[in-house]
Design a binder for this molecule. Structure first.
Ligand SMILES: Nc1ncnc2c1ncn2[C@@H]1O[C@H](COP(=O)(O)OP(=O)(O)OP(=O)(O)O)[C@@H](O)[C@H]1O
Length: 257
């Protein structure tokens, strides 16, 4: 079953300086349980795409459907993790209260249980009473991921989620995401600038053209569910795929030996 269907999606911003078409004629689907990465040149419209899927922008053309229902406003069963963790957590709330925040409609016991489970899943079982400002950047992003997971969304949207952390933490968070989606079967659409990251994480990689963005390639990543930062990245298939994505992003012919 398709969790997400994007059909003929286009958006034109109307600004003071006239019209600007950010995305145009985008078509793709994401199946339940898939992790799909989106890469594209800077400014090609990746954030516009995510905002449209999240129902934050009403598209000028085309439709977005989440498990068969047309998105028209922010869907209730969707969570978003942004790049800027420092602005996505509430500094005056403890880690546990931050994770419980979207669960206000649930009973207290259920909120506490879900928050504890999600914090354990991201390796922060002991940090619930701390405040975001007492944690490192990587730990804060773990809290943001835990908050999204505790909500148990049908679709998890991630907008450059690891772009603001150091390289070592980035690797750890990538592996955390791979483990979580193996264990919880979460459906994820993740936008990244990083070609290597798109291949390392994705079951599929969607390559976008420069603005106005269209899908220039939809590549399968046959690397299996269990990946390793050292051996996977050194493997022949990985190296070939990343060269292919890089070639597509440059817009040139793709010759991979
Ligand atoms: N609110 C807006 N009004 C007018 N133009 C906008 C608006 N938001 C974005 N744009 C323009 O639309 C284009 C796509 O922007 P968007 O932020 O979606 O791209 P992106 O691929 O996410 O960028 P980056 O890679 O830099 O994060 C850009 O040219 C941008 O200037």
């Amino acid at each position: 079953m398709n969790m997400l269907e994007v059909d003929g999606l286009g958006h034109t911003y109307k600004g003071k300086d006239g019209l600007h078409t950010a995305i145009d004629g985008l078509n793709f689907t994401v199946g339940a349980g898939e992790l799909v990465c989106v890469v594209g040149p800077s400014g090609c419209g990746k954030s516009t795409l995510l905002r449209t899927i999240a129902g934050l922008i009403r598209p000028s053309r085309g439709t977005v459907s989440l498990h068969g229902n047309r998105v028209d406003g922010v869907p209730p069963d969707l969570a978003v993790v942004f790049q800027d963790y420092s602005r996505s957590l509430f500094p005056w709330l403890s880690v546990t209260r931050n994770v419980e925040f979207p669960l206000r409609s649930l009973s207290r016991t259920e909120r506490e249980q879900r928050a504890a489970e999600a914090l354990a899943a991201v390796g922060l079982a002991g940090a619930g009473r701390k405040y975001p400002w007492q944690l490192s950047g990587g730990m804060q992003q773990r809290v943001a991921i835990a908050r999204a997971l505790a909500y148990r969304p049908s679709l998890l949207l991630m907008d450059e989620p690891f772009a603001s952390v150091d390289a070592q933490t980035r690797f750890e968070l990538e592996d955390l995401l791979l483990r979580i989606r193996r264990e919880q079967d979460t459906t994820v659409l993740l936008v990244t600038h990083d070609i290597d990251e798109s291949v390392y994480l994705g079951d599929r990689v969607l390559v976008l053209s420069k603005s106005p963005a269209t899908v220039v390639a939809d590549l399968d990543v046959p690397l299996g569910p269990v990946r390793d930062q050292i051996t996977t990245r050194a493997g022949e298939e990985f190296v070939e795929l990343r060269a292919k994505v890089a070639g597509l992003l440059q817009g040139g012919p793709v010759t991979v030996r």
